[in-house]
Design a protein around this ligand. Structure first.
Ligand SMILES: [Cu+2]
Length: 176
């Protein structure tokens, strides 16, 4: 049963090459993604972020990458208060997922940053995301996620939102 791992251990060696290849899905690990959503963009906004709760069910895993056809670049980011200023950084080693411990990606915390947007991201639509995870044996897994686009005026993870108030004439800003 465990032999399957060695079959896929090659994936570790060619990991970077696989980032651009078609998603590979194996069933050795169960990754559960809940409540995935993406923040709607304001006019002219070229970046947004995706949020969700991810649980590694069987064994620990690391979220090492993400991609979406709506964004040129997607990165795993962390927001943190440093010297009184909220700063975000890319997680170079990925985001560790302990067994059966849900990890929340939320505004103000971990998130999947999506840069170089190909188009506006409109509240109510679904955005496809592909998550890439690696387990302790180097086995790689892709998880397809459909994230709902939501509008969020407060708790923004992107300070640019707050300075962008002149884009609010279209009546979407005051949803309850
Ligand atoms: Cu970010």
């Amino acid at each position: 049963m465990r032999q399957r791992w060695s079959t896929f251990s090659l994936a570790a060696a060619v990991f970077s090459a696989l980032l651009t290849a078609a998603p590979i899905t194996v069933n050795a690990q169960e990754i559960v993604v809940e409540d995935a959503w993406v923040r709607a963009t304001l006019p002219g906004q070229m970046a947004t972020a995706a949020f969700m709760t991810i649980t590694a069910k069987n064994k620990e895993a690391t979220l090492v990458g993400a991609s979406s056809l709506i964004a040129g670049i997607s990165e795993i980011h962390e927001m943190k208060m440093a010297a009184g200023v909220m700063r975000m950084r890319a997680l170079a080693d990925g985001l560790a997922l302990a067994v059966n411990k849900p990890v929340e990606l939320t505004p103000g915390g971990y998130h999947i940053m999506m840069f170089d947007l190909k188009r506006a991201v409109v509240a109510g639509e679904q955005v496809p995301l592909t998550l890439t995870l690696v387990d302790a044996n180097g086995e790689k897994q892709s998880v397809q996620v459909s994230a709902q686009v939501r509008r969020l005026g407060v708790n923004s993870d992107m300070p640019a939102d707050h300075g962008n108030g002149h884009g609010h004439g279209h009546g979407e800003g005051m949803k309850h």
